[in-house]
Design a protein around this ligand. Structure first.
Ligand SMILES: C[S@@+](CC[C@H](N)C(=O)[O-])C[C@H]1O[C@@H](n2cnc3c(N)ncnc32)[C@H](O)[C@@H]1O
Length: 366
């Protein structure tokens, strides 16, 4: 079946359920992810110009074709011969140049350099991360769809894959994002590559991040300095974070006395650069099928307070046995009490604030 996405039209196999079928993979639900990738590539090109782009796990090649239509010199790779044939056909159908290789992306990335590498694999990107840090010069784009291990819902799998302790909290999507960033920062650091996340979002069942790379030991050290731990109380939702690679757990919750759980190492630093996000927003354009959602997401991200966890007003209200109020009202009450507060992109009822859970209750519950 032929579909149009952004400025391109590609042939993709008809699939009943979001990509899961016998044929070459295609998931229409990832259009927002791909629209934002194009906007990020445009914003990145403003500073660095267009260059070489590797669509490492290409399937239909839709990412590669869209990047090629933006002027990037594209390479697509896939281990599935049917995917390789389809990606070639899709580049040709759009009159775009580009090479499509029937290669294992890991071998390819150990041999060749690209300005931008895009990892969009099935599930976890971890099997591709080492090679990617030895292939990407400027920007590494990564999707992870294994949210259950990342968020702590599949605890052992999360520990195995990400070398960190994930705990399933009510801010699980953010834990997933910060576990992924932590693992990527530590992988980059092994090769003296420092990462700066310039744009990241947790949307439905995946996390997507864009890392600006600095290939120096100093930058790698700076990235490791952004790692640390969150101590979480399941009784009252109190949490506290601590930078530093060596955990010194706080023990009992200072709010209610219950033992806290340690989560991490997590990336505690910024998960995006607000100025870059604003520039990305200017590159979200009319031909994008997910333009409205992309704009809303950029807007929310740009205004999101820099705090490593968020709260869910509805969960807190249930815990306290009070009625929830409108989100803008909730944020206003926190600000009126002197705290920094913003809504967050992790969900419609989520908020970021520098108030702790007892302070939130005092400020927001009448
Ligand atoms: C989730 S799909 C990619 C989806 C695509 N990026 C998109 O936006 O529609 C993952 C693809 O990775 C390919 N793949 C799996 N292991 C690979 C490897 N080691 N090297 C290259 N491609 C691989 C699979 O054949 C599959 O086509």
């Amino acid at each position: 079946m032929e579909i149009r996405e952004g400025n391109v039209s590609v042939e993709v196999p008809e699939q009943a359920d979001a990509g899961r079928g016998d044929g070459v993979f295609f998931n229409p639900d990832q259009e927002l992810n791909r629209d934002l990738t194009v906007a990020v590539l445009r914003a990145h090109a403003e500073e660095h110009g267009v260059g070489s782009y590797l669509d490492a796990t290409a399937a239909s090649g839709i990412r590669g074709v869209r990047a090629a239509s933006e002027g990037w010199a594209v390479t697509c790779s896939d281990t599935d011969p049917d995917a390789v044939a389809l990606a070639r056909e899709n580049l040709a159908r759009n009159d775009r140049e580009g090479e499509v290789l029937h290669r294992n992306a890991n071998a390819l990335m150990h041999e060749s350099w690209y300005d931008v590498v895009d990892l969009d694999p099935f599930g976890t990107p971890v099997p591709f991360a080492d090679a990617a840090f030895n292939s990407a010069r400027d920007l590494l784009c990564v999707t992870a769809t294994d949210t259950a291990p990342l968020c702590g819902a599949h605890f052992e799998s999360g520990v195995r894959k990400y070398g960190a302790v994930p705990v399933n909290t009510d801010y699980h999507a953010e834990v997933g994002m910060r576990i992924l960033l932590s693992a990527l920062a530590r992988t980059g650091a092994r090769y003296d590559v420092g990462v700066t996340p310039v744009f990241s979002h947790a949307t439905r069942h995946y996390v997507r991040t864009y890392l600006a790379l600095d290939r120096t030991a100093t930058a790698a050290n700076a990235a490791v300095d952004e790692l640390g731990y969150v101590y979480h109380c399941f009784e009252c939702s109190y949490r506290e974070h601590e930078y530093g690679y060596l955990a010194d757990p706080i023990g009992d919750c200072p709010n209610c006395g219950t033992a806290t759980r340690t989560i991490g190492p997590l990336w505690l630093g910024l998960t995006h650069d607000p100025a870059f996000v604003e520039r990305v927003a200017t590159h979200v354009t009319d031909e994008m099928g997910e333009r409205k959602r992309a704009e809303r997401l950029c807007d929310r991200l740009a205004g999101e307070l820099d705090e490593p966890t968020h709260y869910d007003q509805h969960r807190l209200s249930k815990q306290w046995g009070v009625s929830a109020v409108g989100m803008d009202e909730f944020v206003e009450r926190l600000r009126d009490a002197g705290f920094a507060a913003s809504r967050s992109h992790y969900g419609g009822t989520t908020v970021k604030t520098d108030a702790d859970v007892a302070e939130i209750r005092d400020a927001a519950v009448e």
